[in-house]
Design a protein around this ligand. Structure first.
Ligand code: FAD
Length: 325
């Protein structure tokens, strides 16, 4: 039987998120060359459907209903359930985003499926073995490799920024309408408050410049903002900086905040508490700027600068600005 893998192609403001393409690449790996990759697109336009079809989705199931204009778990779960029930795929992959984390367990329960969350690597089945999913444990201090028990479908969430996104494919997939019934709503969205307007999505940013208590005030974040802008990155923060009111909690990185895995993480005035490391230690390259040479952050940093961030950060910004074309 042909192996089918279904992907939830998550959008924000009608545009596909990068994690949708990362999940698509993981789906192709699991499906193999002979298998089928299906994507569910909800409430987005034809350009997004075509983009999925051009990057490895064999069939894009586009759900279009006014109820999808604003995300509500009941409606989005209903659209995904409709696709799942008609296709009966081996697996459903979602991004490990706020929406993905909300939808995945409820869909897994509804389908009687196994669920592995926050996956950072996927190894396809080979030599008669089963596919293996890697996920972090103990705030990133260890990794476990899991497989599903035979005979059940799989629901998997993929941590953003950990796998290469799907690249353009030679074969163009097809797009078809997905019919589903809008269920009764138990929640209603009254308003959407955007706290990080204009900023690149922190969870998907390639470069993050993060500030801690050492930044000392809301105004102290300004040089970090400038450095982030010079690098095309996003600003993040430690919980201490958020607690002190220097910035919004939407920027908090760590155990009780967001998990980020950028190519470059620049920690400014952050000591490196274990709860902060839980949200950023998977970053490809870590640079720490701290005036305390014994700060624990230097233990995980690839490059350390012992110094006052208010001197070092503007110097870095002016150097990076010079590099701009
Ligand atoms: P501090 O530990 O106070 O460090 C400030 C650093 O700035 C120091 O190292 C200092 O040397 C340096 N510094 C000061 N001035 C300058 C300067 N001018 N130039 C350069 N360096 C300077 N924390 C998180 O971040 N995220 C979480 O999600 C999180 N979740 C938590 C969950 C629980 C259950 C608990 C108990 C704690 C959690 N914490 C979290 C808090 C965490 O334990 C630390 O208290 C917090 O990370 C410390 O933040 P910080 O490094 O900014 O502040």
């Amino acid at each position: 039987m042909t192996k089918k893998i279904l992907v939830y192609a998550e959008c924000r403001d009608g545009r596909l998120r990068r994690v949708a393409f990362e999940a698509l690449a993981a789906a192709r790996l699991l499906a193999g060359e002979d298998g089928e990759v299906h994507a569910v697109l909800a409430g987005a336009g034809p350009a997004e459907a075509e983009a999925l079809a051009a990057r490895g989705a064999d069939v894009v199931h586009a759900a279009d209903d006014p109820a999808l204009a604003v995300y509500t778990p009941e409606v989005y779960a209903a659209a995904l359930s409709a696709a799942f029930c008609s296709l009966k795929p081996q697996a459903l992959l979602l991004g490990h985003t706020a929406a993905g984390r909300e939808l995945a367990p409820r869909l897994a329960a509804a389908f009687g499926a196994g669920h592995i969350a926050d996956v950072t690597a996927v190894q396809a089945a080979h030599d008669g073995g089963e596919a293996v999913f890697t996920r972090p444990l103990y705030a990133g201090k260890a990794y476990e490799r899991r497989r599903f028990a035979p005979g059940v479908p799989w629901v998997v969430t993929i941590r953003p920024n950990n796998m290469p996104p799907a690249s353009p494919s030679e074969k163009q997939g097809t797009v078809q309408a997905l019919a589903f019934e809008v269920p009764p709503l138990y929640t209603s969205v009254r308003s959407i408050v955007r706290r990080t307007s204009g900023q690149i999505d922190l969870a998907e940013a390639d470069i993050v410049v993060s500030g801690g208590r050492g930044v000392r005030s809301a105004a102290g974040f300004e040089p970090l903002q400038q450095l982030a802008e010079a690098l095309g990155g996003a600003v993040g923060a430690s919980r201490a900086a958020c607690d002190a009111g220097y910035c919004d909690y939407a920027l908090q990185i760590g155990q009780t905040g967001k998990t980020v895995t950028p190519q470059l993480y620049i920690a400014c005035g952050i000591s490196g508490a274990i709860q902060h490391l839980a949200g950023m230690s998977g970053s490809r390259t870590i640079v720490a700027i701290n005036k305390d040479p014994d700060a624990p952050i230097f233990g995980v940093a690839d490059y350390g600068i012992v110094g006052d961030l208010f001197e070092v950060v503007p110097l870095l910004t002016s150097e990076f600005r010079k590099q701009r074309p």
